[in-house]
Ligand binder design. Structure first.
Ligand SMILES: [Zn+2]
Length: 358
């Protein structure tokens, strides 16, 4: 399967066309579903939100919930029944529903939104655990949608420098909503991400001070995190962030930085600024070793790119097609995502399919 897929994906135009075809599949309104707090204690109230980010009418919306009880192995010991929490008829604006008294300890909660629009019916199903999660060494699922083999799994790891765990939890939710669900291309692929919160802490170092400070320190349960394509140490102090394989760092409040570093970790996107790390991926790269290579690739992105967009990344010896403000073009921390340009988008779409089919 992989070889066939790669062969097909090598036709860069194919990927773009496919991406566009899928984009036309989701009809308006685009709705983002999220819960708050993202990792509630057993006694905390939980609010379910469905936020409309585009115009468009909803004929009716339904919200269901199932509450399962788990033991300290993570096995379900008591299966709940799916319950209809609320129905909305021809609602306007954003929707929300609050479960006022929490779900209890050792719970795995699944909620399911069903939106019927004039054009289609859309379902979103999300599972989260209540805190504390009883399973040793395993990160708590806080927003899980798909089979971990088929989607991107991101584990949020608190840095030892974090002084308020509540601020950390708030920023985990912020990273989902204001980074992955905000950047247009990852928002489009938002069903392809699972998010978890790790109890064990890690420690991030500054890329410019690794000689004295050493490299990122993974959490003690790192051996249990190999299922995750991304592990992000969320720190409080300002650092120059970097990634080592699937482990990377960000200031916990910076939504642009997490998109840049996860661009490396999830999709193997290279840096597009001078002084970064450069390489040319075999399939749908965003860096090219030659100007001619970048120029030739420019035809693969429809009207988005032209041959004249190919430029050398200063004196790096590598070339790019992306605009300088692309998500992978930033050297310094970014509070907000600036967006992946077309070559990055095509590569993300390719890796989404590769991940889902292997
Ligand atoms: Zn980078």
């Amino acid at each position: 399967m992989k070889n066939l897929l790669v062969q097909k994906m090598k036709q860069a135009g194919f990927v773009l066309m496919m991406g566009m075809a899928f984009i036309s599949c989701e009809k308006n309104p685009i709705t983002l579903v999220l819960h708050n707090p993202i990792y509630p204690t057993g006694s905390q109230a939980v609010t379910y939100n469905a936020e409309r980010v585009t115009d468009g009418s909803i004929s009716d919306a339904k919200l269901y919930e199932t509450v399962n009880t788990i033991n300290n192995s993570g096995s379900i010991t008591s299966t709940g029944t799916e319950t209809l929490l609320q129905t909305w008829n021809s609602p306007s604006g954003d929707l929300s529903f609050t479960k006022p008294s929490g779900h209890g300890d050792n719970k795995l909660v699944t909620y399911r939104w069903v939106f019927t629009t004039p054009d289609q019916t859309k379902t979103f199903k999300v599972t989260y655990a209540t805190r504390p999660y009883p399973v040793a060494n395993i990160p708590a699922p806080v927003y899980v949608q798909g089979d971990p083999d088929d989607v991107f799994d991101l584990v949020f790891i608190p840095d030892t420098d974090v002084t308020s765990m509540n601020t950390f939890y708030t920023n985990c939710r912020g990273a989902i909503r204001e980074a992955f669900f905000e950047e247009p291309h990852t928002q489009f692929w938002r069903r392809q991400y699972n998010f978890y919160i790790n109890k064990e802490k890690g420690h991030a170092t500054d890329y410019d001070h690794t000689e004295t400070d050493g490299y990122h320190v993974a959490p003690s349960n790192n051996a249990y995190l190999s299922f995750a394509e991304g592990k992000v140490i969320m720190h409080q102090l300002d650092l120059r962030d970097y990634r080592m394989g699937s482990l990377f760092s960000t200031e916990m409040q910076n939504r642009g930085t997490i998109m840049h570093e996860s661009g490396h970790a999830f999709y193997s996107l290279a840096d597009e600024y001078s002084g970064g790390v450069h390489w040319q991926e075999e399939v749908l790269p965003n860096n090219w070793t030659t100007l001619a290579g970048a120029q030739a690739a420019s035809t693969g992105y429809g009207s988005c790119k032209q041959s004249s967009d190919a430029v050398q990344i200063d004196d790096s010896g590598y070339h790019r097609l992306c605009v300088s403000n692309c998500q992978m073009g930033h050297y310094v921390s970014q509070t907000r995502p600036t967006g992946y340009d077309c070559p990055g988008q095509s590569r993300i779409t390719y890796v989404v399919f590769d991940n889902a089919s292997n």
